[in-house]
Ligand binder design. Structure first.
Ligand SMILES: NC(=O)c1ccc[n+]([C@@H]2O[C@H](COP(=O)([O-])OP(=O)(O)OC[C@H]3O[C@@H](n4cnc5c(N)ncnc54)[C@H](OP(=O)(O)O)[C@@H]3O)[C@@H](O)[C@H]2O)c1
Length: 341
């Protein structure tokens, strides 16, 4: 069935997908962030191949996003693909994406795939350490903004809406002190100036507090695992019908290693043993559409696997939620009465 297509002249309208034709009511909207390259692009290709989904590619680089979309459409001309700008390093971009690109549409799944690894120290326009904002904070913010859309899809279809978070085995390297939720969380991820909750959780995002690029990555990936579980606990009930799942896509040779010459070298050495980017895309997209995927769970590729002890720590899951909410509410980004506990 022909649903809708991207404009053959995407550069004429670089910020907007041109949707020609009317989507079937059977098509479910799935958003994939960081969709212009690597695992995100292959995830979109897999969804396009499956059919029945309207794939929204959310990309920081929209020109690359349109090129990726056109590449997918060449292979799957009947697919329904659209591309919109989203920069997770800017809350204002996240807000515009939710408002302008998604609007009131029902959303069956959001795949939080976009991420950075081992980037040099930098703070965003919103004042947060880059890795923490892109890999966790902005994902959380986007999900909150899209909750009505996710709930609507659940009401319309009776099927649980999914928030898929592309995590990593690196979550196991995250430093937590031995006091669990009461003492600290994932050194390297978070904001030192935000200390909240009975547990007095504090994160170090400042150089002076021992920030390190690998710990920042590992910490942010621990956040992914904790967040998927807590989101399910909070929104997975019948009143909401929104569940999370965290997925490790495998070790995949992509542009993610661009900031680490050593990792690029290692990737070259072990290339035959790596997961292909196509397989990783399939694994991640299946987490959004496979009805047998367990809510709140951590998957190592397509196998449900226990996360690290810290990742399974329910106090830590709740504490991360509280810290994140507090950052977004106190920063004026989420304007609503929320239960910070
Ligand atoms: N590759 C692996 O071995 C591996 C293993 C475990 C987990 N993962 C996870 O898999 C996910 C995808 O990574 P990948 O390997 O496919 O690497 P990739 O090709 O570098 O893809 C990362 C994507 O995230 C986007 N992105 C980066 N910063 C962004 C921002 N501020 N706003 C919006 N989008 C942004 C990138 O956009 P640009 O093209 O504009 O930079 C790109 O589309 C990441 O979350 C990563 O942590 C990867």
């Amino acid at each position: 069935m022909r649903l809708a297509r991207l404009s053959p002249l995407p550069l004429v309208l670089p910020l907007l997908c041109v949707v020609a034709g009317v989507a079937s009511t059977a098509s479910k909207l799935i958003i994939v962030t960081g969709a212009n390259s690597g695992i995100g692009k292959e995830c979109c290709r897999h969804l396009a191949a499956l059919g029945g989904y309207r794939v929204m590619m959310a990309c920081r680089n929209v020109t690359a996003g349109h090129e990726a979309a056109n590449d997918i459409l060449r292979q799957h001309p009947d697919a329904c693909v659209e591309c919109h700008p989203l920069d997770l390093a800017s809350f204002s971009s996240v807000r515009s994406f939710a408002k302008s690109a998604v609007g009131g549409r029902a959303v069956s799944a959001v795949i939080h795939n976009a991420g950075v690894m081992a980037v040099p120290y930098r703070t965003t326009v919103d004042g947060h350490e880059l890795t923490f904002q892109v890999n966790h904070l902005a994902q959380f913010f986007l999900t909150e903004l899209l909750l009505p859309n996710l709930r609507r899809a659940y009401r319309d279809t009776g099927e649980l809406s999914r928030v898929v978070i592309v995590a990593s085995g690196a979550h196991r390297w995250a430093s937590t002190n031995n006091q669990g939720a009461a003492g600290g969380l994932a050194r390297g991820a978070g904001a030192a100036q935000h200390e909240v909750g009975a547990g007095g959780i504090s994160y170090a995002t400042e150089m002076s507090r021992g920030w390190g690029k690998w710990q920042a990555y590992a910490g942010s990936k621990l956040c992914n695992v904790l967040y998927a579980a807590e989101l399910t606990r909070r929104y997975g009930g019948e009143d909401s019908g929104v569940v999370g799942v965290a997925v490790r896509p495998g070790t995949v040779r992509t542009a993610i290693a661009r900031h680490s010459p050593l990792l690029r070298f290692i990737f070259t050495l072990v290339q035959p043993f790596l997961t292909s980017v196509e397989k990783a895309g399939e694994v991640v997209s299946n987490a959004a559409v496979d009805p047998y995927v367990a809510a709140g769970a951590y998957y190592d590729k397509d196998v449900r696997t226990p996360a690290s002890a810290a990742g399974q720590d329910m106090e830590l899951q709740a504490a991360l939620w509280a810290v994140t909410m507090n950052i977004l509410v106190s920063g004026g980004d989420l304007q609503r009465a929320v239960d910070l506990g």
